[in-house]
Design a protein around this ligand. Structure first.
Ligand code: SF4
Length: 475
């Protein structure tokens, strides 16, 4: 059969999509990037906040149309929306033929074939290095999910309810997977999880992420490589972790650390603790330990009880911290979250205004920080011809994570034309609010080998992606 996929939400969900694709191909099915061609369509959903839920339902209904207009016989819905609303989907969306949750990825083939899947105890699922997987990211860049679930009690968050308790992948399994990827010519690996900084705690490891990063940095390759991790929890960012990043050139000088707010009283109601002073000291320690480090964070505005004074404190903090990247979410009142019961709900107009105000503040900071880079020569990972215009190529600096951050446009190839996946040196010549422009200054890599794995793309969704926070880097 020809199977088509829609993958919504975060990179963790994308890895689940890649695992489901891998199993279907291993079981003899074919993948198609054209919804009209598909015999079966799978929508891997997201549901952590209202806009994400709405997008998931819209996409399911959009894909259901192909059962009327295309070849599709079956529509299968997977992912976080199923975990939260399985019965609602089964009762209210007759277009949907089958559903599977985030711990049931190994049922995908049976459900696509319309067979009753073998009842598998819904063990908390975690793929490993021998799991079949089809890559959907560009050949030179890939995600590795190093853990699943979360044990933190953040009162606004429902993710632990459907992703389950925190569990790490086996250390050597991650090392083998990465070694295999580098052998395929992957140049950049992004480690992901709900909270990567807890890695190994469930095995009794201390500073497990630092140990893992150290080992990954030592995997020998004949080409320069980058390893980045996303989703750090602030009070888990240890000196050992920072020293490890500083010690290895291939570890990205990049810290993605959602702080969610800066006002002590708001953070207390969020069940996250800390405050602006504690965070400013942490940021100072990060910048002192890792020269040139880029720091990304995300904030929530409009949390129940957030006063004008709390928001002013958050704005002052953002002004003082001068983050390289900042994403802002509007508080989403999720009915199964602990914060749903809190008083002091903030009206939507105020939430909207606070979001715009914080974004405007960050846009100025981002522009000023980008301008400081003009004239500097930095390593750049070549992505390929720009999606914006074919007059330019684009790439990313170590300080620019895929999908969520800006890019660096290349308007002069210098001593030699670039090739996708190559890591070259760029001199920054122009700076914009979120993106940069520059010219290549070094010779092409000798012994360059084009990365091998060939990505298969899920369907391009017609409607834009409302789950992406209105972040400074969203163009
Ligand atoms: S750490 Fe992240 S995933 Fe875990 S509960 Fe908090 S917000 Fe949710």
């Amino acid at each position: 059969m020809k199977i088509g996929f829609v993958s919504l939400g975060c990179p963790k969900n994308l890895v689940d999509t890649e695992v489901m694709m891998g199993q279907l191909v291993a079981d003899g099915h074919e993948l198609t990037p054209q919804p009209a061609d598909a015999d079966v369509i799978v929508v891997n959903t997201c549901s952590f906040i209202d806009p994400a839920k709405q997008e998931s339902v819209d996409t399911i209904l959009e894909m259901a149309e192909y059962k009327k207009t295309g070849k599709a016989q079956r529509l299968v819905v997977a992912g976080c929306l199923v975990e939260r609303y399985r019965a609602d989907i089964q009762n209210n969306l007759p277009e949907v033929d089958a559903v599977l949750g985030t711990n049931e990825l190994n049922k995908i083939t049976a459900l696509c074939e319309g067979l009753a899947p073998k009842e598998i105890a819904a063990e908390p699922y975690l793929y490993h290095d021998m799991t079949a997987r089809v890559f959907t990211t560009p050949k030179h860049s890939a995600y590795i999910k190093i853990a699943e679930g979360c044990d933190h009690p953040c009162s606004f968050c429902v993710i632990p309810q459907f992703r389950g308790q925190f569990r790490s992948r086996r250390f050597e399994s991650v090392i083998r997977e990465a070694t295999g990827m580098f052998a395929q010519g992957v140049r950049e690996i992004n480690l992901i999880g709900q909270d990567t900084t807890c890695y190994g705690e469930d095995f009794g490891m201390k500073d497990g992420l630092a140990a893992l990063l150290g080992r990954l940095a030592e995997i020998p390759t004949d080409f320069p490589k980058w390893v980045r991790f996303l989703y750090a929890y602030p009070n888990k960012v240890t000196q050992k972790l920072l020293d490890t990043i500083a010690a290895h050139p291939s570890l990205a000088k990049y810290i993605d650390m959602p702080l969610q707010h800066a006002s002590g009283p708001v953070l207390k109601r969020m069940k996250r603790g800390a405050n602006a002073d504690i965070f400013l000291k942490l940021i100072e320690r990060i910048r002192a330990t890792i020269p040139g480090v880029a720091i990304r964070t995300s904030m929530i505005v409009g949390f129940p009880g957030e006063t004008e004074a709390d928001f002013a404190e958050l704005s002052d903090f953002v002004q003082a911290a001068r983050f390289d990247r900042l994403g802002v979410f509007s508080y989403s009142d999720e009915e199964t979250s602990k914060s749903f019961a809190l008083d002091g709900k903030v009206d939507s107009k105020t939430i909207y205004n606070r979001k715009r105000s914080l974004m405007a503040l960050q846009r100025k900071i981002s522009r000023a920080r980008n301008r400081q880079l003009i004239g500097s020569e930095l390593p750049i990972l070549i992505e390929g011809p720009s999606q914006e215009t074919d007059l330019l190529w684009e790439g990313r600096l170590m300080s620019q994570a895929p999908e969520i951050d800006g890019v660096c446009y290349i308007n002069d190839f210098g001593p030699g034309a670039p090739r996708p996946g190559e890591i070259r040196t760029i001199r920054v010549t122009e700076a914009h609010d979120y993106d940069l422009v520059g010219e290549l200054v070094d010779l092409p890599e000798t012994g360059y080998v084009s990365p091998k794995q060939s990505p298969v793309s899920p369907f391009q969704i017609l409607n834009s992606n409302p789950t992406k926070p209105l972040s400074a880097a969203t163009r």
